[in-house]
Design a protein around this ligand. Structure first.
Ligand code: UDX
Length: 430
């Protein structure tokens, strides 16, 4: 099928590239000409700065533009409205307009109404569908080709049939997998779910918010374990063995960050209150998440006593491993507070340094973690990078001014670190 992708950000680039890999002709466009220039590649996928060209090229148009939060927490939908106007102006034939951006419920129906209004003169009737993505940063291509489910929210069955056709290579595994070099491990079959548009939009928010809730739940359990003298990993491991709970997203620590969970939880709380539903447990999820930093600083103050004038190594800046993304990263709040308290910050991250440097030029940045640990009075682990998990702490201990590690991601075992002579603190473990 001929497909168009509008918006070449994180979701649009991955969606366009993977649908081309799956065998479709794809034209991508973005208002950011530089982004288009850097994305050019041969074959089934092409990039154009001319939105009109892209709109006319596809039978189905995937809208992947950003929906950033407004100050109120509500999602800003103006980019989607702009695309609707462009489609109405440029498309002379009916299109299937597929909303892939994360949007609050009822956006699809609003989009459908807007498209009819904007296309009144041309009389062209476009159809709208919602197709939420569940891609994680760092594993997006894997997630696209190996989804647990493909959700399509539609107003009419023909739209569902077309989307099933678009995803047929993934559903029937007839694509050549770029992750597994053509031979995916057996098992795992994605489910194709057809719902209403409102349900599809809600599924996205409900899923992300529930994952965030799970993390905050594990973090409160960690606080309890510290008070009671239990081990959060023993507790969450046992919880996770119950198939009704599941072991994923129960890792206690500094809390969740990134551009999805914080924004989606806020948007969901906002949407709920707008329709008179008080989503208390999500407010608690957000509050618990924000308090992780306070918990972390309680440990820092307990161990370091006075922070002012201390040399502190910060291991990890990105919101999680395997990405350069620092948006809403807990580490940023840690660096900010350390600097406010007068510490000398020596930070390191395999990918997140350039963007952090722009925010906190007064900190020091090192590519080599051992340089960041040089003469440090303490080391704070903020992101679960493999390179930090594999650090040689015997070597690091000789470089540091004090063998003190405060582990915000429970990367190491307390016993192993203490046997190496470290003062070691983490979340939910003694
Ligand atoms: C998330 C969703 O997983 C994905 O389905 C959706 O499409 C976009 O948002 P992403 O933001 O890339 O993906 O990050 P994810 O891997 O989900 O991690 C989110 C945050 O939670 C990270 O800061 C991570 O460190 C933290 N986390 C994750 C925990 O603190 N504990 C856990 O057990 C898991």
């Amino acid at each position: 099928m001929r497909l168009s992708v509008i918006g070449c950000g994180y979701v649009g680039l991955v969606t366009g590239a993977c649908l081309a890999e799956a065998g479709h002709e794809v034209v991508c466009t973005d208002i950011d000409r530089e982004r288009i220039a850097s994305a050019h590649k041969a074959g089934r996928i092409s990039y154009t700065a001319d939105a009109g060209d892209a709109i006319r090229a596809g039978d189905a148009i995937f809208i992947c533009v950003g929906t950033p939060p407004k100050d109120s927490g509500e999602a800003d939908l103006s980019a989607i409205d702009n695309v609707a106007r462009q489609i109405a102006a440029e498309a002379k034939t009916p299109k299937l307009v597929v909303e892939k951006s994360t949007v609050p419920a009822r956006t699809g129906l609003e989009l459908s109404r807007a498209l009819s209004a904007y296309s009144k003169n041309s009389g062209v009737k476009h159809r709208v569908a919602s197709n939420p993505e569940f891609l994680r940063e760092g594993t997006a291509v894997f997630d696209f080709f190996h989804p647990d489910r493909i959700v399509v929210g539609v107003e009419d069955p023909s739209a569902a049939a077309e989307l099933r056709e678009i995803y047929r290579p993934i559903l029937e595994k007839t694509f050549r997998c770029p992750v597994h070099n053509g031979t995916c491990p057996p098992g795992h079959k994605a489910e194709f779910l057809v719902t209403t548009i409102n349900s599809a939009e809600l599924i996205k928010h409900a899923s992300n918010s529930f994952l965030a809730l799970k993390i905050s739940y594990a973090n409160v359990i960690a606080d309890l374990c510290e008070k009671i003298g239990a081990n959060v990993e023993e507790v969450t491991h046992a919880m996770g063995l119950d198939a009704r709970i599941g072991g994923q997203f129960l890792k206690a620590g500094l809390g969740y960050g990134g551009f999805c969970f914080p924004k989606d939880v806020q948007a969901f709380i906002h949407l709920s209150s707008k329709v008179g539903v008080d989503f208390d447990i999500l407010k608690a999820t957000e509050r618990v998440n924000k308090q992780r930093i306070d918990r972390f600083f309680e440990k820092i103050h307990q161990a370091l006593w006075v922070v002012k004038g201390k040399r502190v190594a910060v291991l990890g800046l990105a919101f999680k491993a395997n990405t350069d993304d620092i948006r809403f990263a807990p580490a940023l709040e840690v660096v900010k507070r350390l600097l406010e308290e007068g510490a000398f910050v020596q930070a390191t991250d395999p990918e997140g340094t350039p963007r952090t440097k722009a925010l906190f030029p007064q900190a020091q940045y090192h590519e080599d973690p051992y340089q960041a640990l040089q003469d440090a009075d303490a080391a704070l682990v903020c992101t679960e990078w493999e390179v930090f998990r594999k650090l040689d702490w015997d070597r690091a201990g000789k470089l540091m001014a004090r063998k003190l590690v405060i582990d915000g991601r429970n990367l190491y075992t307390p016993q192993a670190m203490r046997e190496k002579g470290f003062e070691y603190y983490s979340f939910g473990r003694e």
